[in-house]
Design a protein around this ligand. Sequence first.
Ligand SMILES: Nc1ncnc2c1ncn2[C@@H]1O[C@H](COP(=O)(O)OP(=O)(O)OP(=O)(O)O)[C@@H](O)[C@H]1O
Length: 913
Amino acid sequence: MESQDESITVVVRCRGRSSKEVQLKQPIIVDVPSEFDSDSVTRTVSVNTSHDSSLSSQITSTKSYTVDQSFGPAVDQEMVFQSVAEPLFEEFIRGYNCTIFAYGQTGTGKTHTMCGDGREIEGTLSPDAGIIPRLLFKLFDALNQRKIDFVVKCSFVELYNEELKDLLGNINNSKSRLRIYEQRDGSKPLIKIDGLEERHIQDAHQGMKLLQKGIRQRKTASTKLNEMSSRSHTIFTVTLWQKLSNDVDDKYSVAKMNLVDLAGSENIHRSGAVNVRAREAGVINQSLLTLGRVINSLVDKASYIPYRESKLTRLLQDSLGGKTKTVLIANISPTRADHHETISTLEYAAKAKNICNAVQVGGFVSKNLLLKDLASEITRLKLDLIATRSKEGVFLDDSNYNQLISEQENLKTEVRELQISNRALQLKLENTTNTLKKEKGYHSRIEQELTAYKESNITIQNSLKERNDQLIDISLLTNKIAQTTEKDFKQVKSFRELVARQLKHRTLQELQASLKHLMRKNNAKDITIDEDTGMLRVLLKDFESMLQNTLLGITEDVIEPSVNTKATVSELRSHLHDLGQLLRSHVDDNLNMISSLEQQTCSISRYIEKGMFRNKNQIVENCLSQLKTDIERETLKFQEAMFSKVRDSVSAATKTLATSETNEITKIYQSWIGSTSDAVMNRKSREDEFRKALKISEATTEQKLSRIDERTTKGAESLRKHQKNLLQKSYLLSSNGPVCRAVDQIDIKFNTVGNCRTHLHDKLHSVYEQLSQYTHQVNQVVNQNLNDESSRLEVERFLKSFKEVLKNSGLEEEFKMHHRETEASVGEIQQLSVRELNLDQDPDSSGSANSTTRVQVLTPRKNSLHTPGVGSSTPHGLKRPRSSEDKENTLLTSPKYPRVFGNEASLLENQEK
Ligand SMILES: Nc1ncnc2c1ncn2[C@@H]1O[C@H](COP(=O)(O)OP(=O)(O)OP(=O)(O)O)[C@@H](O)[C@H]1O
């Protein structure tokens, strides 16, 4: 078979910015001329890596790559298919082995380009369908048109973590492990996969089903760079057997179309891959590196091409540097964030363009061989049938059963997922209902607020109307005042004229009188008329000027206030006019606001009715707040205007008041100054008085002081006298003094009195003894003859005789005499003490009593002189004899006892009292 060298076709497809990239405002740095933009054969894709916008740096930092075809974001799936796949498809139909493989960074659109949307919409392709679905449809269309015998088979293999898996077989079946082997076909080996199931399809729909099945079983995962990132390389192969036309031997050409979707090269850090994903990414990157090396070796035409270093390169061996017609689609991202990966992809693509394949048509098989192949498939299917029949109730072979089970599992998972999402939706619904309820409440509150606002607006309107009416009243009143003032003015004018007329009249009268007077004078004094006329003129002039002055004064007095009143009235009018306008505009504004409020309320109600209130709350709030601020602002304006008016009038009034007040204050101040000067004068006179009083008091104090001095000297003298007296008394009291001698004499007298008393006592004792004898005798007699009259008489007789005895004894006289003696001696003692001690004659009776020491000699007490028989009596009225105790008492009170001085003496005196 003839072969021809043919370079790999390199196509660049640049996707548009993803929504995430748009959100992040990632700048576009790739410039891709689209296939449909110009007619040039080759395309130059340029990447600008500069951050600088200057022209020089733009030029230096721009990298350009030449490729065969390029497609920008605007190019859709169909265009890509038409430009890239259709030409190759033609070759495929012609019997060439073909390969289309998508290469590039993760998330750049490889799967989108190769598979796209693999679903059928009512038996037709989706607009987003990629190359594989479109090719399936195209193939059957073409084959059906050509009306030749053909057989189409499909296989779908996955290379995941360097493991091959049949995506159309039972993926869980470990027996169905695939193995790569080489089939020698001439010089170049043919790479085959042992165990890979090829499914016979009769139309595109069957092919689509197989594709969908394979996609479902493919390993995908979500990464930071792609929501559904393919974690494996896949090869969807369509094998076409066609009966060669005009061939008598019933030969069939065999061609393969390999549609390769490579896993994306990935920056693990950026894709956020960890654990399993990171391992996957590692293996992916490894196989892609090997692919790069194979490309490099092929470009460099190296003797050794490292196909065997990875399963990917082994599988693509025939496509890269083999007999296959190959198209490489390099998918790139347009943004700056991916510029490293983009450049790397473009560099590989540019290199791959230099790879040259020795393309040649695929092999041929005889009809028999094909029949054999088909027969073996039929046998397999029959076996399935037999297996199905041999098992009760199961009508499927293992793989179909497993497929069903896995589908069922899938469905179960989907059901579970749907249940979860249903639950989430229910929760959302609940939340939404709650929010709706809240919003309803909020809405009713807002409605209430609105009605409140309406009401307040009505009140404001009413008050404004009231004020307007008041203002109208005021303006009417002002007009009236003005009219009255004008009337007054007219009256004043007429009065002035009247006065003027009267004055003229009076002047004429006076003139006539003066003329008469002058005539009389003239007659009398013979004065010339001319002179008189001149005098008269002068007089007249004087009078006229006087009259004018008076009139002027009157007019000024009358006109000035009326002019002022007029001015005030006109000012008041203009004020009122302004106020009226202000009020009117305020009322208009308020009316406008109210109408807008009503409109807004209507629109809010409409929103609520439509159930669109949900997102309008904010608007309503804003409207309300706007309204609030409007009303507040207008009210403020109005208030300010009113305030300024009031302030002006108040300031004017204040000015007048201030002048009058200032005058009053000045008067008060002057009167105050007068009163203050009076007060000052008063104070001075008071000060003088005070000074006088002070002088007087000083004089009195001096007098008092001199008197005190006098008294002090006098006191000192009396003290000296008293001292002298005391000295004298101490002399008297001393052992050699007269007092002591007197005391000795008194002592002697006391002794005499004592002796008398002892004598008397003895006598009394003897009498008492005699009496007791008698008494004893009488008692005896009484006891013996108690009832005897004679005894009683005898007792009486005894008593009589005893009385006589007593009388005869002279005891009574003796006692009396003795008493007199005692009395006399006491008197003597007293006299002696008075005479000798001068007790009652104080030398300085005017002196202080405290300063005089009273000296007193203890006088014997009359009662303390115990007379025997006087202090006590016997039960029968008889005197008892003196006891030893009485004797002691007598001794105690005897004058022998010490002389007592000073305070002690006065103490004793007090006791005596
Ligand atoms: N040209 C394009 N037009 C519209 N959408 C696109 C295009 N290219 C890619 N996309 C979208 O970008 C996302 C990623 O694309 P895709 O999965 O095909 O990338 P990938 O290169 O296969 O990534 P990975 O290597 O991770 O599998 C998808 O949602 C896809 O629909």
